[in-house]
Design a protein around this ligand. Structure first.
Ligand code: NAP
Length: 244
């Protein structure tokens, strides 16, 4: 029996990179997946084409998670009634040292990574509280505690997601809703494809497992936190970092 048969799952940024890996893992386990994206329609269509065997269980929606009105409209138009799982995965980077960072780059990263998580979580818990069940998994980053150079905006947004997760988990625990984070280490996606080769080598040498992770390895952990086996787990961060 598929683990998520009959369940409805939203994965933000679910058409590329880690989010696509998460969407595919839920599809394989029988879920209906509503994968969202910001503007890259071609990648979204490619995701559907390459998962044609599950096409009846895939829905797409393009909108900006940092915009509350757009997020609200998205929730008003959900293709299903019951929402079982929300994965807040959409995220961006805009790196530079603080002294050189344009205020817009600070704001944009906070808006998408953190406010986007708030917008989607707020709208999801309103639905989940009525059903008295639900799972929220937020994709954060070890940068939240390491604070890599040149990533103050990203680190702050990712640390913020953890704070939001812990507070929200306490607010909704009595309603049968769990809220947790998965914190992937270096995962080979487009998000980090701009890293210079020498930096990639350096980062790999710092990972105890001496390699970057795969999107499937992150997805497995998301499915654990969204599944029955984690019913007494809430407000935590599961590190998926190869030991970083
Ligand atoms: P990615 O390959 O760049 O994909 C990002 C996804 O987010 C895309 O689907 C993108 O949509 C969507 N997105 C971006 N801005 C959005 C917005 N304003 N509204 C809605 N969707 C938006 O990134 P990734 O590497 O898979 O990263 C996914 C998550 O994992 C992020 O939260 C990231 O911080 C986290 N993470 C990644 C790594 C890593 O090493 N890759 C490590 C730790 C944590 P479009 O396709 O339309 O652009």
């Amino acid at each position: 029996m598929a683990l998520f048969a009959g369940q409805n799952v939203i994965v933000t940024g679910g058409t590329r990179g880690i989010g696509r890996g998460i969407s595919e893992a839920f599809l394989k386990e029988g879920a209906t997946v509503l994968a969202t994206y910001a503007g890259n329609k071609a990648a979204a269509e490619q995701f559907v084409e390459e998962n044609a065997e599950y096409k009846d269980n895939i829905h797409l929606a393009g909108f900006d998670v940092s915009n509350y009105a757009e997020s609200e409209k998205f929730f008003e138009e959900l293709p299903f009634e019951k929402l079982d799982v929300l994965v807040n995965n959409a995220g961006i980077r805009k790196d530079s040292i603080v002294g050189m960072m344009p205020s817009e780059d600070w704001q944009k990263v906070l808006d998408i990574n953190l406010t986007g998580t708030f917008n989607m979580s707020k709208l999801a818990v309103l639905k989940m509280m009525r059903a008295r069940s639900g799972r929220i998994v937020n994709i954060t980053s070890p940068c939240s505690h390491f604070g890599f150079e040149g990533q103050s905006n990203y680190a702050a947004s990712k640390a913020g997601q953890i704070g939001l997760t812990r507070s929200l988990s306490k607010e909704v625990a009595k309603r049968g809703i769990t809220v947790n984070c998965v914190s992937p280490g270096f995962i080979g996606t487009e998000l980090i494809s701009d890293l210079p080769e020498d930096l990639v080598k350096k980062y790999k040498s710092q990972v105890p497992m001496k390699r970057f992770g795969k999107t499937e390895e992150v997805a497995e952990c998301v499915l654990f936190l969204a599944g029955k086996g984690s019913s007494y787990v809430t407000g935590t961060v599961l590190e998926v970092t190869g030991g970083l």
